[in-house]
Design a protein around this ligand. Structure first.
Ligand code: URA
Length: 265
């Protein structure tokens, strides 16, 4: 069976850093060595080696991860190219600890696009957004207004993605830097999918796409604009699982979405 740090890159790195902090900075061999048996045991200590002159390191060009993300995202002419560009992007540390890049699920031509926060354990394993417990809640919420991620009719279908395509370790909140560097990709994702309406699912999604701190319990249900499209922040289904009383507000928001869809036909 795999140990915990074999399964998790971030945990393994933290464990290594902790050992180094304790002073365990030398690797040991698999087999024991009796140093008294070594032929040179009586030899005088070797003269201190003369320190080699430091080799000048070539200057590393400064890269701006956000500018690079912007350039890569803008160069993608379609969703497949965007997926490939994200897979080739190397500045986000979350990539190292993730099993899968979680790109999307549902119907790309759907009128409604949902943008969540980041994959959790189940999404990381399966490679699709919102497939765990919160995802099942999301499916039930939208089924209540006749919408479904697998519906063949774009008017009833959903297209789903996240701000972050890689799972943060232990499901922690993505950092400001991680959100900033992945923002150009999710904006391009919206441009390419071109939905009529956006749902900003939860605080992280709303804050990232509106580019300011959103108090989701205050601002849920209030229509905003993102890339020229109506966008509504909603309470995240994981929040609704913890606070079932808030389902009443989510229901009001779903009805508001239904009305907006009618208005926009
Ligand atoms: N929560 C999200 O925001 N996105 C997922 O894909 C899963 C859970």
């Amino acid at each position: 069976m795999e140990s915990a740090w074999q399964q998790d890159w971030h945990l393994a790195r933290a464990y290594l850093a902790w050992q180094a902090e304790l002073g365990a900075t030398e690797a040991i061999c698999d087999a024991p060595v009796n140093r008294y048996d070594l032929p040179d045991k009586l030899a005088k200590p070797a003269a201190k080696p003369v320190a080699a002159a430091p080799v000048p390191m070539p200057e590393q060009p400064q890269v701006d991860p956000v500018a690079e993300a912007q350039a890569m995202a803008q160069a993608a002419p379609d969703l497949d190219a965007l997926h490939a560009a994200m897979a080739a992007y190397e500045h986000c540390e979350l990539k190292r600890g993730a099993r899968n890049l979680v790109f999307c699920d549902g119907v790309a031509s759907a009128r409604v696009m949902i943008v969540g926060e980041a994959p959790g354990r189940d999404e990381d394993r399966v490679g699709k957004p919102f497939v765990g417990e919160a995802g099942q809640m999301l499916d039930r919420m939208f089924a209540a207004i006749g919408m479904d991620r697998a519906a063949p009719d774009p008017a009833r279908a959903l297209y789903i993605t996240n701000v972050l395509p890689w799972r943060p370790p232990q499901n922690r909140d993505p950092s400001t830097e991680e959100r900033a560097m992945m923002r150009p990709f999710v904006l391009r994702h919206i441009e390419l999918a071109a939905p009529d309406i956006l749902i900003l699912m939860g605080r992280i999604s709303a804050s990232t796409l509106l580019d300011r701190d959103v108090r989701i319990t205050k601002e849920r249900g209030a229509w905003q604009t993102v890339l020229g499209r109506p966008a509504m922040p909603m309470l995240h289904p994981a929040y609704l699982l913890r606070n079932p009383a808030a389902k009443r507000e989510a229901w009001a928001d779903l009805l508001s979405l239904q009305a907006k869809l009618r208005e926009a036909t």
